[in-house]
Design a protein around this ligand. Structure first.
Ligand SMILES: Nc1nc2c(ncn2[C@@H]2O[C@H](COP(=O)(O)OP(=O)(O)OP(=O)(O)O)[C@@H](O)[C@H]2O)c(=O)[nH]1
Ligand SMILES: [Zn+2]
Length: 378
């Protein structure tokens, strides 16, 4: 049979090759920020040049301030502003002119910092810029400078539309494709099927592990587990993640099979570097939530679009969720995955993780009874 080629427009080719343009811009901007280069965020209300402190250097900072005629402002996210004692529910903007790079970092994310004397309320554009830095797995401490759309000194920068980042989490941008599926024999869970998905914003490969032979016509037991390299891989005693990973796999087997989604979301979505910085602050006596707030992060920065897309890709619409975290149940339910039951997944309590577990209950609403867990272990 003759194969008829359909003509492809230039725009069609671009979409075919590069994906949705908004997502592409956001992904390029993320790469630029990680490389320590500024990007421009554009909205109808104006443009801002953005620089992430995490990857900048004193020289880049000085060049940024010179190019923006000293208009650079340090954006403090709402949690960071609160840590500094500011009443700033939308975050705060602090003029950077006159501050050297070290003082700026001090104010942006370090522990011993006094509240700034001069500040104004944060803007939506600054908040979107900080979101971009977070997606880049950088601290949300950023510099923003109002610029003209045609400002020549920033003309080489990648321009992102203000809505690109949030849009990238939605709709077509969240399509995942299964790229590999293979059996892997696991020590404690028998031979499982490892399914690799690719897609979504930032294009990280994600892993679904099918334990046993779950019945996909019934609610499927599912564990949505966020990566914790310290706990899962190295057996760190500071958290319960490694235990939860193992008991999660075991419970799935006992329930007749199920799925474990292993999400690339180190440090509750803040990234490994920020998690280790937070550990540094925890060694100084802060709890897990306050340590993250010092760095400018909210209590939990994770999103579960990838989990929802993978479940859909596997043909799962109704689940029994293995978790102690009500936020996971709420997120999946709001995304159209029916959560019919919750199955608790507990790790063991150690001297090193007891406070962490109690903080999860007291400040993050996790459903756990730490005292009963201690009694059961003893
Ligand atoms: N920022 C930060 N992240 C941490 C810390 N300790 C562990 N984590 C991360 O916390 C997340 C824990 O993931 P999960 O076990 O899936 O989630 P959970 O919120 O405990 O919920 P359930 O285990 O389902 O009850 C992982 O991303 C870890 O890397 C910490 O002290 N600070
Ligand atoms: Zn952990």
């Amino acid at each position: 049979m003759a194969f008829e080629k359909s003509p492809v427009s230039a725009e069609g080719v671009e979409n075919l090759v590069f994906g949705a343009p908004g997502t592409l811009r956001a992904e390029r901007a993320v790469a630029e920020l990680r490389a320590g280069r500024p990007v421009v965020l554009h909205s109808e209300k104006g443009d801002v040049a953005v620089l992430a402190l995490d990857t900048a250097t004193p020289a880049i900072y000085e060049a940024f301030m010179a190019a923006s005629a000293d208009r650079g402002m340090l954006y403090l996210t709402p949690p960071r502003a609160k840590v500094l004692g500011l009443d700033a529910p939308s975050g705060a903007l602090v003029p950077a002119a006159g501050l050297d790079y070290h003082s700026l970092c001090q104010l942006g994310y370090m522990r011993s910092s006094a509240a700034p004397m001069k500040w104004s309320a944060g803007t939506p554009l600054a908040a979107q810029s900080a979101l971009l830095a977070r997606v880049a797995l950088l601290l949300p401490a950023i510099l923003v400078a109002d610029i003209q759309p045609d400002e020549p000194l920033f003309s080489a920068c990648i321009v992102v539309m203000a809505d690109d980042v949030e849009e990238s989490y939605r709709g077509a941008a969240q399509q995942f494709q299964e790229v590999a599926r293979t059996p892997v024999p696991l020590k404690n869970a028998g031979t499982c099927e490892f399914v690799i998905f690719r897609g979504g914003f930032a294009q990280r490969d994600q892993l679904a592990i099918i334990v046993g032979k779950p019945d996909f016509n019934q609610p499927v037991p599912v564990r949505v587990h966020s990566s914790c390299i310290t706990g899962d891989l190295f057996g760190s005693l500071k958290c319960d993640c490694g235990d939860q990973l193992n008991s999660g796999l075991q419970i799935l087997g006992e329930l007749g099979g199920g799925i474990l989604l292993y999400l690339d979301q180190e440090g509750r979505g803040t990234g490994l570097a920020s998690k280790m910085r937070a550990y540094g602050l925890q060694h100084q006596g802060l709890d897990t939530v306050d340590a993250d707030a010092h760095l400018g992060f909210g209590g939990d920065e994770r999103r579960y679009e990838a989990a929802v897309a993978m479940l859909r890709g596997l043909g799962v619409h109704s689940v029994e969720l293995l978790t102690n975290n009500p936020a996971k149940i709420a997120y999946l339910s709001a995304s159209g995955i029916e959560v019919l039951a919750r199955v608790p997944v507990e790790g063991s309590v150690t001297t090193e993780n007891e406070n962490y577990l109690r903080t999860k209950v007291a400040r993050s609403g996790h459903i756990m009874d730490v005292d009963t867990m201690i009694e059961r272990n003893s």
